[in-house]
Design a protein around this ligand. Structure first.
Ligand SMILES: Nc1nc2c(c(=O)[nH]1)N[C@H]1C(S)=C(S)[C@@H](COP(=O)(O)OP(=O)(O)OC[C@H]3O[C@@H](n4cnc5c(=O)[nH]c(N)nc54)[C@H](O)[C@@H]3O)O[C@H]1N2
Ligand SMILES: Nc1nc2c(c(=O)[nH]1)N[C@H]1C(S)=C(S)[C@@H](COP(=O)(O)OP(=O)(O)OC[C@H]3O[C@@H](n4cnc5c(=O)[nH]c(N)nc54)[C@H](O)[C@@H]3O)O[C@H]1N2
Ligand code: SF4
Ligand SMILES: [Mo]
Length: 694
């Protein structure tokens, strides 16, 4: 295997682009084009292309670290693992099982996410587990489950996009966050379809649009309701579809009718003629799609907001039909699979509910434990972080860097410091790992095998291409060793395929059924779409690229309208904090930056944080391009250079969240939570700007 190219997938985002890896001297790999994979056909963004740089031992950890007299010092694996086992055991003995928390990540493979959930419930016996996906697509997941009875990012493959008539892209900047996917939208336009982009900024994505709507941040709910109002007023409801395939229209219709276009214009800043134009473009073609990303979802009303966009699709008959539908563009490499197999507070594998007695029985049997021994649902991600040092005294963290990425990060960092015991498994010494008592260095994508599920619900096999350096172990090995030390000798295999075989059984009969998928199939096919149950005849089920064509996944097969009304963001601007802050990403950095800030080429392209603001705001502040600007919210103060542009609304500033320190955007953000999904309001809070004397 060693000197030939290994076909595999990128370590970063939910597109999971295909790539070939060839080992090169020095322990890393060379990336080359893998043109046969349909999602990216060989194209890669700069992050994927430079991912091998993080394999280098120049930037990564190759020895466990333990805290000794205040500093982290190298230790042997046995010392480090003994210390972790001892720390977790002591916390449990002194404060009970729920005093030990677990925090996971949507970048972990299915095998890791599954094992982490099992480790929490079986070895630690704690209910206190959640993961960073709560900060990502949880609002879309909640809305999709309510409306369709099932949550899968896209209910169709990306390759359907060029053949629909119109796509409304709500709060996605995919030209920067998933660059190779832009191809599908360019092809849509070549085929005569239209693209509408909803974003408070004229992003690179919005520049591609036939129509760009730039609402005030946090007002997408009103916008969607205004469009639905016009659909009704203009007689564009698909009555036959509504009668045949949905329930609940009357209440949803009544709620929408209260949102007059002029009222919606006042709330959103989007003019009535633009609203009418959007409705015309969306309704005239035979097929259309709405795709949402973090813009409308990361709000304290994200679930209702996505619900309103789904209602628009249902009223116009644009869901569960070929080339039409609602989809969520998930974010992390395994953002989809990571939310299906049990690292979420309320969940068991196969997208089963932890409070469902039948689900508990099924999974307990696979795990060989008493169903009554499984704890109940725990807290959501932010609530768990907020409880650190309170009733959660020790934490095992795997695959996230919340000191940079959590809302109200200054407070969250204090909570980390208040813990009795913190253990972090990571590739690098992240800002959060810097607070740990024990850091365990782990293997990464090219050094281990495992499956991920991309934004289309396509389950993929990432293959091991090189031997990991001495001194690191896989997350699965870490959990195996810890389980053993904590008295559970069986049930935590270190071979990913063995874990997947168990995951298949645990997911069988669940919503996200993987039982018909095998490593062998994944090695031969371009991935398999779930649900993929195991046929009586063997593993021949073809998988399900397109969902809902005959029926939705509700008990009666009909989709549910959810009546929703507009409401304000949790923190409206006022005299003291008169400006809106929104946050997001730039193309060359990934998430908390723990990985990409260690890559020279990416740092050259995106060296640090900035505050994007309109010339009018800049003039009022007396700030010129590049001048340091202080952004102050009720949570704290951040300083970064001004980037002045007319591409943003004059009432709004934008900061990317990839950096720690003085320019950390999350020092400012508001942890107000959506009541259903528990998603924090990353996309809108009130701030004031101050000039900084340099
Ligand atoms: N380069 C890069 N790519 C990534 C990532 C990364 O960190 N860097 N992360 C991956 C992950 S985990 C995710 S979740 C995805 C995220 O992918 P996206 O959702 O595309 O990313 P964001 O930049 O967070 O937000 C998208 C847009 O929402 C807009 N927005 C802000 N407030 C609002 C609002 O109130 N309403 C609307 N409609 N729009 C608003 C912002 O201006 C921004 O352009 O990207 C994935 N890909
Ligand atoms: N202001 C603001 N904040 C945001 C957002 C926003 O739009 N605005 N977006 C939110 C979203 S959508 C997301 S997804 C989160 C993401 O934010 P984080 O959860 O912080 O995500 P990453 O930076 O990807 O952190 C992953 C960590 O795990 C490590 N890692 C990578 N792979 C592995 C592995 O296989 N095993 C182990 N043990 N470790 C691994 C990496 O080195 C890194 O330290 O940020 C959220 N925060
Ligand atoms: S778009 Fe996403 S999956 Fe593709 S190369 Fe870039 S980071 Fe990797
Ligand atoms: Mo995300």
């Amino acid at each position: 295997m060693q000197n030939t190219a290994t076909p595999t997938h990128c370590p970063y985002c939910a597109l999971q682009c295909g790539m070939n890896l060839t080992p090169v001297p020095g322990g890393t790999v060379e990336v080359s084009e893998r043109a046969d994979f349909p999602v990216n056909r060989g194209a890669l963004c700069g992050k994927g292309r430079t991912a091998p740089a993080v394999l280098s031992s120049r930037v990564r950890l190759t020895s466990p670290l333990v805290r000794s007299e205040g500093t982290l010092v190298p230790a042997t694996w046995d010392e480090a693992l003994d210390r972790v086992a001892e720390g977790l055991r002591r916390t449990r003995a002194e404060h009970g099982p729920d005093a030990v928390g677990v925090f996971g990540g949507g970048g972990l493979t299915n095998e890791k996410a599954y094992t982490l959930g099992k480790f929490a419930r079986v070895v630690l016996g704690t209910s206190q587990i959640d993961y960073n996906g709560r900060f990502c697509m949880s609002s879309a997941a909640a809305a999709g489950t309510k409306a369709f009875g099932l949550d899968r990012g896209l209910p169709f493959p990306l390759e359907d996009i060029p053949r629909t008539g119109c796509v409304i892209l709500v709060g996605s900047n995919l030209a920067e966050t998933m660059p190779p996917s832009l191809r599908f939208f360019n092809e849509l336009k070549e085929n005569g379809g239209t693209l509408i982009v909803v974003d408070p900024r004229r992003t690179k994505t919005a520049e591609q649009a036939d129509l760009h709507l730039a609402p005030r941040p946090g007002t997408d709910l009103a916008l969607a309701l205004g469009l639905l109002h016009l659909v009704v007023a203009e007689g564009r409801v698909d009555e036959e579809y509504v009668a045949g395939r949905t329930v609940g229209w009357e209440d949803a219709r009544a709620a929408a009718m209260a949102h007059w276009p002029e009222y919606v214009e006042r709330i959103t800043g989007v003019s009535v003629p633009q609203l009418r134009e959007a409705v015309r473009l969306f309704c005239e073609p035979e097929n259309a799609m709405v795709l949402t990303a973090r813009g409308p979802e990361q709000q304290s009303k994200g679930t209702d907001t996505v619900g309103a966009w789904i209602n628009l699709c249902l009223a116009t008959g644009r869901a569960g039909r070929p080339l039409s539908g609602y989809g969520c563009l998930t974010g992390q490499g395994n953002g989809q699979g990571g939310r299906e197999h049990g690292q979420k507070a309320d969940q068991l594998p196969g997208y089963r509910k932890l409070d469902d007695p039948a689900a508990r029985r099924h999974v307990a049997e696979v795990w060989g434990v008493d169903p009554d021994s499984l704890p109940g649902p725990g807290r959501s991600a932010y609530e768990l972080l907020d409880a650190l040092g309170g009733d959660v005294r020790a934490l095992l963290l795997m695959g996230s860097n919340p000191v940079v990425s959590a809302p109200g990060a200054g407070h969250v960092e204090e909570r980390f410091k208040a813990l009795d015991f913190l253990v972090v498994c990571d590739i690098v010494l992240s800002e959060t790992a810097g607070h740990a008592d024990v850091v365990l260095p782990v293997t990464q994508w090219a050094e281990e095998s495992g499956t991920t599920t991309n934004l289309e619900g396509r389950v993929l096999l990432r293959r091991r291409a090189i031997t990991p350096p001495d001194g690191v172990r896989s997350d699965l090995e870490v959990m195996h060793e810890l389980a053993d030390r904590l008295g559970v000798e069986k049930g935590f295999p270190t071979d990913p395929e063995e874990v997947f075989e168990e995951l298949r059984r645990a997911s069988a009969g669940g919503i996200a059924d993987y039982s018909g998928i095998t490593y062998r199939r994944l090695a031969e096919e371009d991935g398999v779409f779930w649900p993929c149950p195991q046929d009586a005849a063997g593993d021949g089920h073809p998988g399900t690229p397109r969902l809902f064509l005959d029926r939705f996944a509700t008990p009666d097969g009909r989709a549910r309208f959810v009546p929703v009304s507009h409401r304000a963001i949790a923190e409206e601007p006022d005299a003291e904090y008169p400006v809106l802050l929104t946050t997001g990403r730039v193309v060359a950095q990934y998430q908390s930056g723990a990985q990409t800030r260690r890559v020279d080429e990416l740092n050259a392209a995106a060296p640090g944080p900035f505050v994007e603001l309109h010339p009018r705001l800049a003039a009022r502040l007396g700030a010129a391009e590049g001048d340091p600007v202080a952004v102050v919210s009720r949570r704290g103060r951040a300083v970064a250079p001004a980037r002045i542009t007319t591409a943003i609304r004059p009432d709004t500033v934008f900061m990317p969240f990839h950096w720690p320190g003085e320019g950390r955007a999350n020092t400012l953000t508001n942890p107000a939570l959506d009541p259903t999904s528990r998603m924090p309001e990353f996309k809108a809070c009130a701030v004031r700007l101050e000039a900084v004397k340099s």
